[in-house]
Design a protein around this ligand. Structure first.
Ligand SMILES: NC(=O)c1ccc[n+]([C@@H]2O[C@H](COP(=O)([O-])OP(=O)(O)OC[C@H]3O[C@@H](n4cnc5c(N)ncnc54)[C@H](OP(=O)(O)O)[C@@H]3O)[C@@H](O)[C@H]2O)c1
Length: 212
């Protein structure tokens, strides 16, 4: 079991905290406003504790659950505590249209995190699961939810895949960190489809076959 620090107690941070706690991990949930964080933690189970961001950054793994480029700024601010640690990047650098990205196709929010902060082990995960589906922990009752996990650090990637065991998620090895460019674009494409078919973010990406 792993202790994971999550900074950002919004839709994604609180939901991921609840699901990973449900799989037996201890979660340190943090944010800027302690009252909001306490209220969010109270909805996420007894393994989720409200802390400040510095304490969350001291955990074994760290997951910034805020928007890009805030993810990079926050990790840079806590670079000393995060040195050598796995940092899970869930960010989608959406532009103002929400169906496009603010970064060129030659990079990704995950790669900008690597470039921006020395010595952290970045793993991309969770970013293709839309907020309402993440919150529910299933797509209309169907589990597991596929989580595509990409990193250039093979051991870090295996640790994140292992973290998902016994949870509502199925980890899919998505290769190198450069594939974060595809994963982030998948999110924007999913939103485009969601708008076209008026799905209200109720969609999920599933990789078949069930057994890999
Ligand atoms: N929502 C989705 O459908 C979805 C799907 C996949 C991936 N993502 C990604 O997940 C990330 C979070 O999205 P979300 O929908 O959960 O956003 P959200 O509901 O707006 O939550 C973001 C949280 O980050 C906190 N925050 C902002 N700056 C902070 C800082 N400096 N230190 C600590 N906490 C800070 C905010 O707290 P305050 O209340 O203080 O502002 C808020 O609680 C984004 O990168 C997004 O691209 C989202």
């Amino acid at each position: 079991m792993t202790t994971i620090g999550i900074a950002g107690a919004g839709t994604m941070g609180t939901s991921i905290a609840r699901h990973l706690a449900g799989a037996g991990h201890d979660i340190l949930l943090a944010g800027r406003d302690m009252e909001k964080v306490k209220a969010a933690a109270a909805t996420a189970g007894e393994r989720v504790r409200a802390v400040d961001v510095a304490e969350a950054a001291d955990a074994e793994m760290f997951l910034p659950a805020l928007w890009y480029p805030g993810t990079v700024d926050l990790a840079r601010e806590h670079a000393a505590a995060l040195a050598g640690k796995i940092v899970i990047d869930i960010a989608n650098p959406l532009d103002e249209t929400f169906t496009g990205l603010s970064l060129a196709p030659t990079t990704s929010a995950a790669e900008e995190l690597v470039r921006g902060v020395d010595g952290i082990r970045v793993v991309k995960a969770f970013n293709t699961v839309p907020g309402p589906v993440m919150s529910a922990g299933s797509f209309k009752g169907t589990t597991p939810l596929d989580v595509f996990v990409a990193s250039d650090d093979a051991e870090a990637k295996q640790q994140v895949l292992a973290l998902l065991g016994g949870s509502v998620f199925r980890g899919v090895d998505a290769g190198s960190l450069a594939n974060a460019r595809l994963l982030e674009r998948m999110c924007a494409f999913g939103i485009e489809l969601s708008q076209r078919y008026d799905l209200g973010f109720e969609f999920a990406f599933k990789f078949l076959p069930e057994q890999l």
